[in-house]
Design a protein around this ligand. Structure first.
Ligand code: ZN
Length: 412
């Protein structure tokens, strides 16, 4: 399963992934991607070829990355060793008469351009540059490709370049890469919550490109909600939207295991009688929830909840009441619908209102109690509870299903 997800994840651009047998030459694939982005096609460069071939022959270190999280460096790209001497490939290029910007990166032989772009950020920064003019590769003894890209310093580069195009898919390993012109800093991915820009993702990687440009890549290290607008840096720099929730996921509902009809009825009744806002939210989450009864449920308590991967499991015993079920559904919301930012917002709000147990009780427990209290329509002046309106507002701002992005092994 993990492997399938990884293969899907690297083919993130929405274009068909050519199989290696029928794939056009790499340069043609690169130019297909550049055309989509409105960028000038590249050509191979005979002078750069002399340089990358020497680098490649002497690269006995760089191996193919094994996991999605890998951010492969390049052992030979800045300095390589030949006959015991350190050589700077840029100096070599200029000594052969080369006059352009030049930088080097790695790709993996046998992978498509799309797969390589999804993994090798340093090289992506070169290949996606509007000023790039040539693209030349040479194969290393360990099955990698040394890539040399030259660029034209006279060409203007003002607007950021993003790849892949289209809506971001929160389940992919890579959401987006953005190449920024020199001087744009190190932007984060922001969401607007309660009227303010909040950081939802730091770049997974930032790589220097040609002449001071910088590529930032987002994905993997946090989660995004479906069908939501995010922005990069200031909101005018780049707006990005995530795709709608997949239809198949939306269609699915709770998955019951070993649950007797009577228990199931109590469970579904608790959901049906919940406030409309909670019902709507649970409608987004239910496809990711297993409800387990009988002897497979919790060991010592009448209900429990835990997360395994991107699914939540709720255990309910025959005796579980509506209140107990609502409490466990509160845990489901906390685990599947809140990111770190949202969890912190709730914790701060609880403390502000007068929740004194913050040092001893995990915020998820207080949150589950609060959801239960709210869903049962209980009223109380106890400072432990947020007012209904405040709870509902915070849920509106922060809660949405956030699938995990792909993790695991890269295809072999
Ligand atoms: Zn609990």
């Amino acid at each position: 399963m993990v492997l399938t997800a990884a293969v899907l994840a690297v083919v993130a651009s929405g274009e068909a992934a050519p199989s290696s047998r029928s794939a056009p030459p790499l340069l043609e694939q690169v130019n297909g991607i550049r055309r989509q982005l409105g960028l000038q096609p590249l050509q191979a460069d005979p002078v750069v070829r002399l340089v990358v071939e020497r680098m490649a022959i002497n690269d006995h270190t760089d191996r193919t990355p094994e996991v999605l999280e890998a951010q492969p460096d390049c052992a030979v790209c800045d300095i390589y060793f030949e006959a015991g001497l350190a050589r700077d490939p840029r100096v070599h290029y200029h000594s052969l008469g080369g006059r352009s910007f030049i930088r080097f990166g790695l790709w993996r032989a046998g992978w498509t351009a799309t797969q390589n772009l999804s993994v090798f950020f340093r090289t992506a920064a070169l290949v996606l540059d509007p000023r790039a003019r040539t693209f030349t590769t040479a194969r290393t003894p360990l099955g990698m490709l040394v890539v040399g890209v030259t660029g034209d310093s006279g060409t203007a580069f003002t607007r950021p370049v993003r790849w892949p195009l289209g809506r971001l898919d929160p389940r992919h390993q890579l959401w987006v890469q953005v190449l920024l012109s020199p001087g744009q800093g190190y932007p984060h991915l922001y969401d607007v919550r309660e009227g303010r820009d909040v950081t939802v993702a730091y770049p997974l990687a930032a790589a220097r490109g040609l002449g001071g440009s910088r590529l930032v890549a987002f994905g993997l290290n946090t989660s995004l909600a479906y069908n939501r607008e995010y922005h990069l840096g200031t909101s005018t720099l780049l707006r990005l939207r995530t795709r709608a929730m997949p239809f198949g996921f939306m269609q699915r509902s709770w998955t019951f295991h070993s649950v007797e009809p009577a228990e199931r009825a109590v469970f579904l009744d608790a959901v049906r009688r919940a406030p409309a806002q909670l019902r709507t939210l649970l409608g987004e989450l239910d496809a990711a929830v297993d409800v387990v009864g009988g002897s497979e449920a919790c060991i010592s308590v009448d209900a429990c909840e835990e997360v395994e991967g991107d699914r939540a499991k709720v255990g309910i015993a025959t005796a579980a009441t509506r209140a107990v079920i609502l409490h466990e559904l509160g845990h489901v919301v906390f685990d599947l619908a809140l990111d770190e930012r949202g969890r912190r917002a709730f914790r701060s709000a609880f403390i502000r209102t007068g929740w004194r147990n913050a040092p001893y009780v995990p915020p998820g427990e207080q949150f589950a109690d609060q959801v239960e209290h709210w869903a049962l329509g209980e009223a109380s002046d106890d400072p432990r509870w947020l007012q209904r309106a405040e709870l509902e507002r915070l849920l509106r701002e922060h809660a949405a299903y956030r699938p995990l992005s792909a993790r695991g092994l890269l295809p072999r």
